[in-house]
Unconditional design. Structure first.
Length: 394
């Protein structure tokens, strides 16, 4: 009887490396073919989409897989962004003697950018561990309030920092430790080299592939199944032997790590301002919209939602002052018709497209029915509120 040979180490290594090769290939094509073909404006939009994908997919690990509700993603983004900005700016002066862009594609300057983004992600992961250890024992609204408070604390602390040291001589003479407090305060971090622009989106799309690959492998791994079990019923998961707090903290740290990388990419994109005001509560809400709109726990849904959320304001730009109203109405209509999000927990390749077709065909009728029954529902809600007030009276 012949036994099937088990794959060797070399074959397993090749299968593990081919997604990375695909990632490098995609990033290279986005830079050398797509960015050159579509022009600076559309290339800038693609970069914004890529950063939104990194932030949306990373938040989906916590809000989607683990079923927790975090509102502090912009705080982790700020930690990673300011860390990367400080490392690249001050590191460029100390290592290369200039604060301008140094080296060409994949040169020393861009490698420093990559190292800064990874270091920013690591520090954000540490912050995620510090926040997650006490707060992830909470659930629901209480966890949302704690994470929201963390994001505001980070924003206020950054506003208390000193101005960026613009003199190259002073930076070269100062120690790293003394420079860590010079992050720009309320004016933001200015003066750093902008390695990411319309002609150079390489690192954005490389990290897009990395975060999607990590999220995909996590979702279908044993640890991912543990997170989904915690999401569905935390008490039952704990009764089955799953260490729920440990699972949630690990997901929180993974999510924070990629949020820090997204912040590092955002900090070095040409045209962006790294200011505390831009990384507050509203930014967290924008990222939450991507996760909820795409489906809580769907990677491809988050990608589609990131594309939609980035493109909708641009499509409605011709409406000028009404474009944000139209953008909000579009989101409201989608959530009325698809309250579980575009894909729910499924991925794009798992969707039953016949059911999607039926849903699209019946969408106008369902929307009309919802609008027609809205007054009746409002009256019922008012009567219920009046009845509760009557019962509460002595």
């Amino acid at each position: 009887m012949s036994a099937r040979a088990t794959p060797g180490f070399a074959g397993a290594a090749v299968r593990s490396l081919y997604p990375i090769v695909i990632g490098f290939t995609l990033a290279y094509l986005m830079q050398t073919v797509v960015a050159v073909s579509i022009g600076d404006y559309y290339s800038k939009i693609l970069i914004d989409i890529g950063i939104a994908i990194v932030l949306g997919v990373s938040l989906g690990i916590v809000n989607g897989y683990a079923g927790q509700f975090s509102l502090g993603h912009a705080g982790f983004m700020a930690v990673g962004g300011y860390t990367a900005a400080a490392i690249v700016y001050y590191g460029s002066i100390k290592l290369f003697g200039t604060k301008a862009i140094y080296g060409g594609s994949l040169g020393p300057g861009e490698l420093l950018l990559c190292a800064g983004c990874v270091a920013g992600g690591a520090l954000a992961a540490v912050a995620g561990w510090l926040v997650g250890q006490p707060s992830l024992r909470l659930r629901g609204d209480y966890l949302a309030i704690v994470t929201l408070g963390f994001g505001e604390i980070i924003r206020v602390l950054i506003k208390q920092t000193d101005d960026v040291v613009l003199s190259e001589k002073k930076v070269a003479a100062a120690s790293w430790w003394s420079l860590m407090d010079n992050l720009g305060g309320g004016f933001g971090f200015i003066g750093g080299p902008r390695y990411i622009d319309a002609k150079n989106p390489f690192w954005v799309w490389l990290f897009v592939v990395v975060v999607c690959l990590v999220a995909y492998r996590l979702k279908y791994s044993n640890r991912g199944r543990q997170l989904l079990a915690v999401r569905e019923n935390e008490i039952a998961a704990e009764a089955m032997g799953i260490k729920t707090t440990k699972a949630k903290v690990s997901a929180f740290m993974t999510s924070a790590f990629f949020a820090g990388i997204g912040g590092g990419l955002y900090a070095h994109e040409l045209g962006n301002s790294m200011r505390p005001a831009d990384l507050g509560f509203q930014k967290s809400i924008d990222i939450v919209i991507i996760v909820v709109l795409g489906g809580m726990g769907s990677i491809s849904g988050a990608v589609i939602a990131a594309i939609a959320v980035t493109l909708l304001p641009e499509l409605f730009r011709s409406f000028a002052e009404y474009r944000m109203i139209a953008y909000a109405l579009a989101l409201i209509i989608v959530m009325l018709l698809r309250p579980q999000g575009l894909l729910g927990l499924q991925e794009l390749w798992e969707v039953e497209w016949r059911a999607v077709g039926r849903s699209i065909v019946t969408a106008p009728a369902r929307l009309a029915r919802w609008i027609a029954t809205a007054p009746a529902r409002a009256r019922a809600a008012l009567r219920a509120a009046a009845d509760r007030r009557q019962e509460d009276r002595p």
